[in-house]
Design a protein around this ligand. Structure first.
Ligand SMILES: CCCCC/C=C\C/C=C\C/C=C\C/C=C\CCCC(=O)SCCNC(=O)CCNC(=O)[C@H](O)C(C)(C)COP(=O)(O)OP(=O)(O)OC[C@H]1O[C@@H](n2cnc3c(N)ncnc32)[C@H](O)[C@@H]1OP(=O)(O)O
Length: 160
């Protein structure tokens, strides 16, 4: 078969990224513009698929699916892919909480290898606000298993 007719591995596949019953879809581009394309911009892609939500307490959550183009160790996510998710989701959590920020420091702990082609959940919490420094913690998990934890120091952008 010529290359041009080979379908991407997952482009015909619908992935169920629906949220928990009490989550409300969160429109990230409406808040921060279209510049989040790197991680969550391709809803039918072979690398990341994502959907953001907020719970009743306004905490940001996401469902993520990582496809074959996010591979690091065989069958599992590249660490940079996991870090990119944390960067976007935790930065976005600060924006969603009302703080216009960029990420100043991101510390990611890789706890277990994250399997490709599985839907995982990202949870986040804004844990402290000190002047321009907004600390956001996050976790990527599926069921009982935690794949990564992160602490994200966000710095508000003057004039925004
Ligand atoms: C830079 C302009 C960007 C404009 C962007 C405009 C709009 C953005 C719109 C939408 C954004 C969209 C989505 C957001 C959601 C997710 C996006 C993903 C997040 C990212 O992907 S975003 C890209 C990666 N990100 C960067 O590209 C940052 C590069 N960097 C800088 O732009 C500066 O570095 C900055 C602004 C961080 C600080 O610079 P600055 O001159 O304004 O402030 P300063 O250095 O004085 O720090 C003030 C206080 O924060 C402490 N502090 C600073 N950095 C620290 C660190 N690393 N560790 C520990 N403490 C730190 C200091 O110690 C001080 O603390 P204290 O007040 O206690 O002394």
């Amino acid at each position: 078969m010529p290359n041009s007719t080979v379908l991407k591995a997952c482009e015909q596949t619908e992935i169920d990224l629906s949220g928990a019953a009490d989550w409300v879809p969160f429109d990230a581009p409406a808040l921060v513009g279209d510049s989040l394309r790197f991680v969550s911009g391709d809803s039918r892609g072979d690398r990341f698929r994502a959907r953001y939500y907020r719970d009743a307490e306004q905490h940001l959550h996401a469902r993520f699916w990582l496809g074959p183009e996010a591979e690091g160790p065989p069958g599992h996510a590249h660490g940079g892919a996991v870090a990119a998710i944390m960067d976007e989701a935790l930065g976005l959590a600060a924006w969603a909480a009302g703080y216009p920020i960029v990420v100043g420091n991101l510390n990611v702990s890789f706890r277990n290898m994250l399997p490709l082609r599985k839907v995982v959940t990202v949870e986040s919490r804004v844990v402290s606000v000190e002047g321009r420094k907004i600390m956001v913690h996050g976790r990527i998990f599926r069921g009982e298993k935690t794949f990564a934890e992160a602490q994200c120091l966000c710095i508000t952008i003057p004039g925004k």
